[in-house]
Design a protein around this ligand. Structure first.
Ligand code: N2P
Length: 357
């Protein structure tokens, strides 16, 4: 009888221990939010195979969402409905998010692959010491055009877009800073101009471009240009690079009056639930092989110097997409102009879009 009692007690103890263990396992399997990671990135901005690879390597499930402008992304993060663990804003938006306490400081000890990034892209004015953000892709704003459809036309000046022979041939990227900025640059003003008269003047000038504009579009611009449904588009450099592999009649130019140099960096929003997983994901994307695969797939310019060594030479040596420091020095980086000025840019962009209707 005593033996039976001992066996019973042993079973009870073992069961209790098993229960505790199962609970722990459950907790780490996501019931506590530990095992998923919500990533918020621009559209067409990752090789999705890499998402699967990360999931297999870590056991973390990624919930992946996309946005098409800094403004849309930031509004969503401010509202806080979804808790994003990683996001990829551009420089002026990063500055704004730091100011509004929307980002957490990164733990560099968890990002050993950060050493793969070229110094040139570290410690920039919008985030000194990369306290809150690390480089993902970079590029310029310029004009992709179809040499075959346009004969010997070139785009050394923004004003070339106003050529009457381009009637209904131009696509514009759907970005307030990009389009208003193009208007400002074409008048010789800075991309960061906040003088209301200059901004009005730029908007009025843009309105006169209306007959030449076919559409204001997002990522569809690539398909339309690759299929020769338009002859010219104002784009981010990487979009041009991608479609130039598909259609050899296309070329890319940055007009001489100047243009925008931009940086998209990875950040961890303050609403993040899986801060450790977020660091793991960021470090994974900074790995040389991962970054090389991602860059070959997405076609934007990588700041990862170790990845460049693994990529095809014709891609890396192309000055149109890897402009030298001497060339990029002539370009302007968007500054955080403050809430009021930024909403003025957005209002003017809306006014311009309405005018077209
Ligand atoms: C990718 C868009 C890149 C955004 N589709 C440039 N900041």
């Amino acid at each position: 009888m005593k033996k039976l009692m001992q066996a019973f007690v042993a079973i009870v103890i073992v069961s209790a221990l098993l229960l505790v263990a199962i609970n722990r396992l459950n907790a780490s399997a996501g019931y506590s939010g530990d095992n998923t990671l919500t990533v918020y990135n621009w559209g067409d901005y990752i090789d999705e195979e890499l998402i699967e690879q990360f999931e297999e390597e870590t056991g973390i499930t990624i919930i992946y969402e996309t946005f098409d402008s800094n403004e849309a992304m930031m509004t969503k993060i401010e509202q806080g409905g979804t808790s994003y663990d990683v996001a990829v804003p551009s420089e002026y938006t990063i500055e704004k998010m730091i100011e509004q306490d929307l980002l957490i400081e990164l733990d560099h000890s968890k990002l050993p692959n950060l050493e793969n990034i070229d110094e040139r892209f570290m410690d920039l004015a919008f985030d000194p010491g990369n306290k809150y953000s690390v480089p993902y892709f970079w590029g310029t704003v310029g004009i992709v055009y179809n040499k075959e459809m346009l004969g010997d036309m070139t785009f050394s000046s923004w004003d070339d877009l106003w050529n009457p022979s381009l009637e209904n041939e131009i696509l514009l990227v759907d970005g307030a800073r990009e389009v208003i900025g193009m208007g400002l640059n074409s008048l010789g003003y800075s991309l960061n101009d906040t003088n209301k008269d200059h901004l009005q003047e730029a908007t009025e000038k843009l309105k006169t471009l209306t007959p030449n504009i076919k559409a204001i579009v997002g990522d569809e611009n690539k398909l339309l240009m690759a299929n020769e449904e338009a002859a010219v588009a104002l784009v981010w450099s990487g979009d041009a690079s991608e479609i130039m592999f598909e259609n050899e009649n296309l070329d890319y130019a940055v007009p001489e009056e100047g243009s925008n140099l931009w940086f998209d960096n990875m950040v961890i929003p303050s609403t993040a639930r899986n801060v450790d997983g977020a660091h793991q994901f960021i470090n994974f994307m900074l790995d040389a092989e991962v970054a090389a695969q991602n860059t070959e797939y997405v076609s934007y310019s990588t700041p990862n110097k170790e990845a460049l060594k693994l990529m095809p030479e014709d891609m890396v040596k192309d000055e149109r997409f890897y402009p030298s420091p001497e060339l990029t020095e002539k370009l302007e980086v968007y500054e955080n102009l403050g809430k009021e000025n930024l909403s003025y840019y957005n209002d003017l962009f809306l006014e311009f879009k309405m005018y077209r209707k």
